[in-house]
Design a protein around this ligand. Structure first.
Ligand code: ASP
Length: 310
């Protein structure tokens, strides 16, 4: 089962905990499709979303997830808050903690900031993305989407393509897919590979044809320009030519390979727009749908673990 106080990353999780989270999320996903209202397991609890970095889908997804389970949800616009007045992250956390929330959902531009915050507060903390470090609910929603499409989450070949170096999505996925015994390939230009790539124990290539060969899953990543200082690619046109996913490159993967992207997408840079919209290949909208289910499951399990610990 799941008995942790926080969800800070995929790294500490045991495969049985990942499966428990996905099973609970699957239950919520099925309920949503059937149009049934879930049990309000978070009724009477307060969820605060603190996003120190821009977000559209993740913030909305956490907000909807909390509301569906009956929580009182407050989203704080952190740029406009006391941080702009110079208050430190820890002071902000302690101030909020004194208001006794039950769940704190945090996104921060610095790797490790969410872990630090979790040490200072008494409620459950969920990492909604910290710098290049981790984005655990994204990897979990990707895992659920893969499991639903492929009927399993092991012994699959998954190609993760593009800007690996700046991507917390790639990092969390790499860890999760490895724990569940899948074969992962990283595909992208050497300038967009993390320096520690050799130590990761996965296949690495800068050739899309070789990287996608017989893949079951093709996961594209956004070029994270906000994390680049300097030129990492010659031009977007050239990048698209070599690394952008189109039907011709996808033909190297298995005929039933699925196409994923965490969003937001740069159409015509890392992925062809028509392919992204092709419901026979792309599961990008299902990823968004599973995002709500996974966040409901994570908050349900964390709140349950806290209640049992009391
Ligand atoms: N939305 C994801 C993240 O926050 C992916 C991205 O921004 O490209 O990391």
């Amino acid at each position: 089962m799941f008995a942790r106080p926080h969800l800070l990353g995929i790294e500490p999780l045991h495969p049985t905990e990942i499966t428990a989270l996905l099973d609970r999320a699957q239950h919520y996903a099925e309920g949503a499709r059937a149009g049934t209202r879930p049990e309000p397991v978070l009724a009477g609890l307060t969820q605060v979303n603190m996003f120190f970095e821009n977000s559209t889908r993740t913030q909305a997804s956490f907000e909807i997830a909390g509301k569906r389970l009956g929580a009182d949800v407050m989203s704080m616009a952190m740029q406009a808050s006391s941080l702009a007045k110079g208050e430190t992250l820890i002071d902000t956390a302690l101030t909020l903690n004194a208001m006794r929330p039950d769940l704190l959902v945090v996104r921060h531009p610095h790797a490790g900031a969410v872990d630090l915050l979790a040490q200072k507060v008494t409620c459950a903390v969920l990492n909604a993305g910290d710098g290049r470090h981790e984005h655990p609910t994204q990897a979990l929603l990707d895992a659920l989407t893969i499991r639903r499409a492929k009927g399993r989450l092991h012994r699959l070949t998954v190609a993760i393509c593009g800007d690996i170096a700046h991507s917390r999505v790639a990092r969390s996925n790499l860890i999760l897919l490895g724990k569940m015994e899948n074969r992962v390939r990283l595909v992208g230009p050497p300038t967009l590979m993390p320096p520690e790539v050799a130590a990761l124990g996965v296949e690495v290539t800068d050739d899309m044809a070789a990287g996608l060969k017989d893949a079951d899953v093709v996961m594209m990543l956004r070029l994270q320009k906000e994390r680049m200082d300097g030129a990492f690619i010659p031009s977007e046109r050239e990048y698209y030519h070599r690394f952008g996913l189109d039907a011709a490159k996808l033909a190297h993967a298995k005929p039933d390979a699925i196409v994923m992207h965490p969003g937001p997408m740069n159409r015509g840079v890392e992925i062809d727009g028509t392919l992204a919209d092709d419901i026979n290949r792309s599961v990008i909208q299902e990823q968004v749908e599973m995002g709500v289910a996974v966040r409901m499951a994570a908050m349900d399990l964390l709140a349950g673990a806290r209640a049992r610990a009391r």
